[in-house]
Design a protein around this ligand. Structure first.
Ligand code: BES
Ligand code: MN
Ligand code: MN
Length: 454
């Protein structure tokens, strides 16, 4: 084990150089024009796994490929499957980046670039840990599988069917995922829950086409006004969701979980500072951590309609739309939540307007029980990797497929995030701390030894 950790330490620079190669591939899964780059990232991963001595395969799906690799030479030992993703989010607004998002660059102990934290850099820690075991000890102490996909950022639409068709490849004792954050610098964390998500859109139509606002304005309905009244009515002014039934199935965190969160070192002012917002706003009577980890939300994520070009144009818009998503907590069913919202929206439609309500992808929240030998093993590994016992946190984000790993297949999952809350994932100037990357590789190397004896 000490040899393996020494190998990790000695190859620090080389690991980062290799990661930069992967980061240069603009594998944006939402952008159809980048499909070739998503494929190139899959090919890069598969070649990398093969060069390490794993059996690697690219699987095509109706949209983006995924990479599966395995080494099953540790007879009688547990099998660990690492899940992650090599697809990334779009880079707009590009003008706000201080350096090219796809030319990774080291600045002040951080590596900047799209995908550094979400998720190429974090995923790569496990690749390099397995490689270090091969180099320093001949082989890993457990069987290893990697399932690295190219559609996480679009909700993993094709992964459920792939898993059903390849149950044998999924077979494992534990799944390890690094696609979340630590609670803060120097605070290694075990994540015990993710929020789910349910997406939907509201489309308003008030007539056949936009009208001259002089000739018709004042005597006909305006689609944007109708839409904004509807979306405004989905919250109370003080920040709660105003949809009958929305909170019905919410499971509250236990008193001990709430007490452990209250002991975490974070003030509202620090949270606001990280967010870069002018203030904080949310459900009354709840702490900030409750609001992001244990309470559901209904967010307007985009709105459109009418004239958005230069100057002014005299129109009464006939159409307007809003894109929305709800974050879900344990107990909530995505379909039921969307149905509650749909009913509320339809009850708000005035005469002279039509609303089309479209429901999108949905996934329930995930809870990870903390009393397992796997979690205990991961806590010891984090202590080896980061030099400090981990704290137990939840995250407000979602990783679609984890719901199925846990709920449908009953496989224990470990969410060991090596990122930081201020990594700006999905935003401009995304970064990963190089120290966190290095400690992440050490943690993963130690984890393999811990899992071997767990
Ligand atoms: N790595 C994130 C999930 C995440 C974000 C975990 C923040 C913890 C904190 C993942 O890549 C992601 O962006 N997920 C999407 C899922 C969606 C596309 C279904 C999300 O949370 O919006
Ligand atoms: Mn991610
Ligand atoms: Mn993401």
């Amino acid at each position: 084990m000490q040899n393996v950790l020494a190998c990790v330490d000695n190859n620090r620079g080389a690991f980062v150089t290799q990661l930069k190669e992967l980061l240069r591939i603009p594998s944006i899964s939402t952008d159809p024009e980048r499909a070739g780059d998503v494929r190139r990232a899959a090919q890069w991963m598969a070649a990398h796994f093969a060069s390490m001595g794993l059996r690697a395969q690219i699987f095509d799906t109706p949209r983006h490929p995924l990479v599966y690799a395995e080494w099953l030479g540790a007879q009688g030992k547990p099998t660990v499957l690492f899940y992650g993703h090599f697809d990334v989010q779009p880079v707009d607004p590009i003008a706000e980046w201080k350096s090219d998002p796809f030319e990774p660059i080291e600045r002040d102990g951080n590596l900047y670039g799209r995908g550094t934290s979400d998720d190429k850099g974090q995923m790569f820690t496990h690749v390099k840990a397995v490689e270090s075991w091969f180099k320093a000890a001949g082989a890993p102490p457990v069987n290893v599988k990697f399932l690295i996909e190219g559609e996480e950022e679009i909700g993993s639409p094709n992964l459920p069917a792939w898993l059903e068709a390849h149950r044998d490849l999924l077979a494992c004792d534990v799944i390890v995922i690094s696609d979340t954050s630590q609670f803060g610098p120097g605070l290694p964390s075990v994540c015990t829950g993710l929020r789910g998500i349910a997406a939907f859109e509201i489309h308003v139509r008030t007539g056949s086409s936009d009208l001259h606002s002089g000739s018709f304005g004042g005597a006909v309905p305006n689609a944007i006004e109708v839409l904004t009244r509807i979306v405004a009515a989905l919250h109370t002014p003080d920040g709660a969701v105003d949809v009958p039934g929305f909170y019905d199935d919410v499971q509250e965190p236990s008193a001990s979980e709430l007490a452990s969160w209250a002991a975490l070192p974070l003030t509202d002012e620090q949270f606001r500072e990280t967010a870069g917002t002018l203030g904080l706003h949310g459900e009354p009577g709840r702490t900030t951590l409750e609001r992001v980890w244990a309470r559901p939300t209904l967010e307007i994520i985009g709105i459109g309609g009418g004239y958005q070009g230069e100057g002014h144009k005299g129109v009464v818009p006939a159409r307007a739309f809003a894109k929305c998503s709800a974050r879900l907590v344990p107990g909530m069913d995505p379909a039921r939540v969307v149905e509650c919202v749909r009913r509320r929206v339809m009850s708000l439609v005035p005469t002279g307007a039509e609303v089309e309500f479209k429901s999108g992808h949905g996934t329930p929240a995930v809870s990870i029980p903390t009393d397992s030998k796997w979690v205990a093993a991961s806590a010891r590994a984090l202590e080896t990797g980061f030099g400090r016992k981990p704290v137990f946190i939840r995250e407000g984000g979602s990783i679609s497929i984890v719901t199925r790993f846990v709920g449908q297949y009953g496989i224990p999952c470990l969410l060991l995030g090596f990122g930081q809350p201020d990594d700006r994932i999905h935003g401009p100037n995304e970064k990963l701390s190089l120290a966190d990357f290095h400690s992440g590789v050490r943690t993963s190397a130690a984890l393999l030894a811990e899992l071997a004896s767990a």
